[in-house]
Design a protein around this ligand. Structure first.
Ligand SMILES: *Cc1c(COP(=O)(O)O)cnc(C)c1O
Length: 363
């Protein structure tokens, strides 16, 4: 057993150690109440304070304009794939909803939305196994489009949008599950940004949904109450019992991020972290990156070795060296290092030197 384990899992992913320690410290007795934070009512003033602090911190860290609501919605990112078209159905009834197919989750988002909207694939990179963000014609964002959906960072393939599409008056919607708070983003360019929480925010099973206020109030009548963003905004995400533990943990993660210097500082660190791994990949013919270099993610680094046998050996030896959960997604095989905000530089350095050493011994 290695003395230190670094968790490269794609999600649920590692959390910052100080956050885990704080949870442990407060676990049995939340601030002198004599009960745990997960044992108190979601309507208790102590919990509402946690929820509102999380929202205020998120707003501060992202420079979120005042006319955006921050919601906590059940069901992770995938539930929003259906909730989105349901909530926006009334915007331009029957009008086309454009989806960019840039990876597995992007494809699923379109698949789930199809039941509730007039879906059109704007562009796809399926042909090159999603190794890039596809080229597209900006003239497709016409008045008769209800909204445009993108996946900001493609978790499995390790690609991302470097430049978001300019959609003008048409609301741009982004699934930012695997990159929220990892880089500076101008939220005013988006109608909705949503993220499952288990990658950069906290525990699984919930999503944060950031929505521009003028997009509220247009849900289809069939929208389940708990997926209705307008209802959630009216009830400050407390229509029913929320996942209090997830909200609490997220608040601690946001406090941690603020202590790290905020999003600009963490973005710089994320660039440096991913660059160290891409440097190893680029310096050898042994490792082959999955993503086209111009579309590389700073959150997920996916690569292959010369053979599946060597990949299996790599994973086995990496595991023994304390490098956990590096197995790539079944769609691409190989290796994937998910290096979200909490991954420390030491973890990257350990992996990079393991890669160099492995190539030397098995090249
Ligand atoms: C992980 C992930 C999802 C799925 O999240 P769930 O909370 O499991 O539904 C969706 N989109 C992206 C981009 C992801 O990385």
């Amino acid at each position: 057993m290695a003395d230190k384990v670094y968790n490269f899992g794609a999600g649920p992913a590692m959390l910052p150690e100080p956050v885990m320690q704080k949870i442990q410290q407060e676990w049995l007795d939340y601030r002198g109440m004599g009960v745990s934070v997960i044992e108190i009512s979601h309507r208790a003033k102590e919990f509402v304070a946690i929820l509102e602090e999380a929202q205020a911190l998120f707003r501060e860290l992202t420079n979120l304009p005042e006319n955006y609501k921050i919601l906590f919605i059940h069901g992770g990112a995938r539930m929003q794939f259906s909730a989105l078209p349901l909530n926006l159905a009334g915007r331009k009834p029957g009008k086309r909803c454009l989806y960019f197919e840039t990876g597995n989750f992007a494809k699923l988002a379109a698949k789930d939305a199809k039941a509730f909207c007039n879906l059109e694939i704007a562009a796809s990179s399926a042909e090159s196994n999603y190794d890039r963000i596809p080229a597209y014609n900006p003239a497709i964002f016409t008045d008769d489009v209800s909204y445009v959906h993108i996946t900001g960072n493609n978790t499995i393939y390790g690609t991302r949008w470097n430049q978001f599409p300019e959609t003008g008056e048409v609301p741009l919607i982004a699934d930012m599950t695997s990159e929220i708070l990892s880089r500076q983003v101008d939220y005013s360019k988006f109608g909705v940004i949503y993220a499952g929480m288990q990658k950069n925010l906290g525990p699984s099973g919930m999503a944060m949904v950031i929505i521009r206020e003028d997009l509220l109030g247009q849900a289809s009548e069939q929208t389940p109450c708990l997926l209705n963003y307008t209802q959630a905004a009216a009830d400050n995400s407390l229509t029913n019992t929320t996942n209090t533990f997830a909200v609490y943990t997220t608040k601690l993660v946001l406090e941690w991020l603020k202590e790290q210097g905020g999003v600009a500082a963490i973005e710089q660190r994320n660039i440096e972290k991913s660059a160290q791994l891409y440097e190893v990949i680029d310096a050898s013919d042994y490792y082959r990156g999955v993503a086209h270099p111009e579309h590389r993610s700073i959150m997920n680094v996916s690569f292959n070795l010369p053979s599946e046998e060597l990949e299996a050996k790599f994973l086995k030896e990496a595991g023994a060296a304390g490098l956990y959960a590096l197995k790539g997604h079944r769609n691409v095989g190989g290796i994937r290092a998910s290096i979200y905000n909490p991954m420390p530089l030491a973890g990257i350095e350990t992996l990079a030197s393991f890669m160099r050493e492995f190539e030397k011994n098995n090249g």
